[in-house]
Write a protein that binds this ligand. Structure first.
Ligand code: HSE
Length: 439
């Protein structure tokens, strides 16, 4: 540790709201690294208080730091920066707005709040000349918000594709490794503490959709909310899907995809979507296993960049919070402000029905002459071009695995509906998208 500069400067006061896994680590770093933080900021960074629901619990910090009155803590004159790590919409929304309206800077890890109320919060920050930083809201420790906002500010981002949910990546990786089904691996994730008691937000893709909305807003200078994101979760992915993927040298990943697309009239739009998709084994995202996250950014001049690391957990998420806190504290000390929300491009969101992707259609069929041509005819009738067809099994167990070229979601949906009506098609086992391949 180095000794800090003069202590005569006015300290930067910090309030921490919430003392769960992340809050506990933020408080630990603030207290253990006070001297280094002082040197990095130029002024002492002083923890003024911690808002918790129950002040009676021993949390290993001096009792006088704890308060149940978060509102009063935010309002204190000696608090300059508010760190919100409570999670959920209320009370964080009111507390963050109160802080911003008092020209205090805010650091938050709250993706759900940002994805739903980004406009309200960003406008309050702008009006009050305050910083609103949220590196920890997307992919935990992985720096991706600041690279998109600042490092790539002079480039044109065309695509952001990420594995941004560790719980679902753990489940899908375990299904791939063991051949087990979804329910068993969800149970394993719960037992090991990767999945919450109520795993809905993770497994149904809501968590990833909130992060996709934030990434798309930053990448495309357009305000995108969670409601703009097309979303499917992983609960319908079967052991059979993973086996099929393996046979095609692919795996299955829950992807958050943010893409700049051009509509038939040549106008730019953006497509933001979350779903499980086949990814070729050689794609960089295919080797992101367990609870790890990774984000691939493609920009016109930088080319392809990949960010990889721990997307959750107390200390990794606190690392991202602390980076923001140091930035906000420096800005307070030097009297400036970091870049705020940028929405000048205002690109429209492309409807999912218009979004072209490749598909794998897994059909259980009668094994007799003419079936393949009747199946192929339905694809042709809906202008969905077939890339490969593979038959597995024979007799009653015959399966056709059809992989398409790029096709519109709406055309594929019509094809699948028509396939289900063919007498020789016993069942449409599954339909999965395929990403990370050429057309
Ligand atoms: N629940 C998230 C995940 C971590 O599983 O990745 C917090 O965003």
């Amino acid at each position: 540790m180095t000794s800090g500069p003069s202590d005569t400067v006015r300290p930067i006061g910090v309030a921490v709201l919430g003392m769960g896994n992340v809050g506990t680590e933020v408080v630990r770093i603030l207290r253990d690294h006070a001297v280094d933080l002082h040197s990095r900021v130029g002024a002492p960074v002083v923890l003024r208080g911690i808002a918790v629901r129950n002040v009676e619990i021993d949390r290993g910090v001096p009792a006088e730091l704890l308060t149940a009155d978060a509102e009063a803590l935010v309002a204190r004159d000696d608090v300059d920066i508010v760190v919100e790590v409570i999670g959920g919409i209320d009370p964080p929304r009111e507390l963050i707005l109160a802080a911003l309206n008092a020209s205090k800077s805010v650091v938050t890890a709250n993706k759900a709040l940002l994805a739903d109320y980004t406009g309200e919060l960003a406008e309050a920050a702008e009006r009050n000349r305050a910083d609103l930083y949220f590196e920890a809201a997307v992919a935990g420790a992985i720096p991706v918000v600041r690279p998109l906002m600042q490092s790539l500010a002079g480039d044109q981002v065309d695509r952001v594709v990420g594995i941004v949910n560790g719980t679902t990546n753990f489940i899908l990786s375990a299904m791939d490794d063991t051949g087990a089904d979804y329910a068993d691996m969800l149970g394993e994730a719960t037992r090991l503490g990767y999945a919450e008691a109520d795993p809905t937000a993770d497994v149904q893709g809501y968590d990833a959709a909130a992060k996709a909305a934030i990434l798309a807003s930053l990448a495309f200078h357009t305000r995108v909310t969670a409601a703009d994101v097309y979303r499917e979760g992983i609960s319908k992915v079967t052991a059979d899907d993973l086996a099929t993927a393996r046979a095609l040298q692919c795996t299955v990943k829950l992807l958050a995809i943010c893409e700049r697309v051009v509509d038939p009239e040549g106008k730019e739009r953006i497509s933001v979507r979350v779903y499980p998709a086949l990814v070729p084994r050689e794609h960089p995202l295919a080797s992101v296993n367990g609870a790890f996250n990774a984000v691939v950014v493609e920009a016109a001049n930088a080319g392809r960049l990949m960010f990889y690391g721990q997307g959750a957990g107390g200390a990794p998420t606190a690392s991202a919070v602390m980076g923001d806190l140091v930035m906000a504290a420096r800005n307070k000390f030097y009297g400036g402000r970091g870049p705020g929300e940028s929405t000048y491009a205002k690109l429209p969101i492309a409807p999912m029905g218009d979004t072209p992707t490749r598909y794998l259609v897994n059909l259980h069929v009668e094994d007799r002459s003419g079936v393949l041509s009747r199946v192929a005819a339905e694809f042709a009738a809906h202008e969905v071009s077939i890339s490969t067809v593979r038959q597995e099994g024979a007799g009653e167990g015959a399966r056709l695995i059809v992989v398409t070229h790029l096709a519109k979601e709406s055309a594929l949906a019509e094809t699948v509906a028509a396939l289900a009506e063919i007498e020789d098609v016993i069942a449409v086992n599954s339909v999965l998208r395929m990403e990370g391949t050429e057309e």
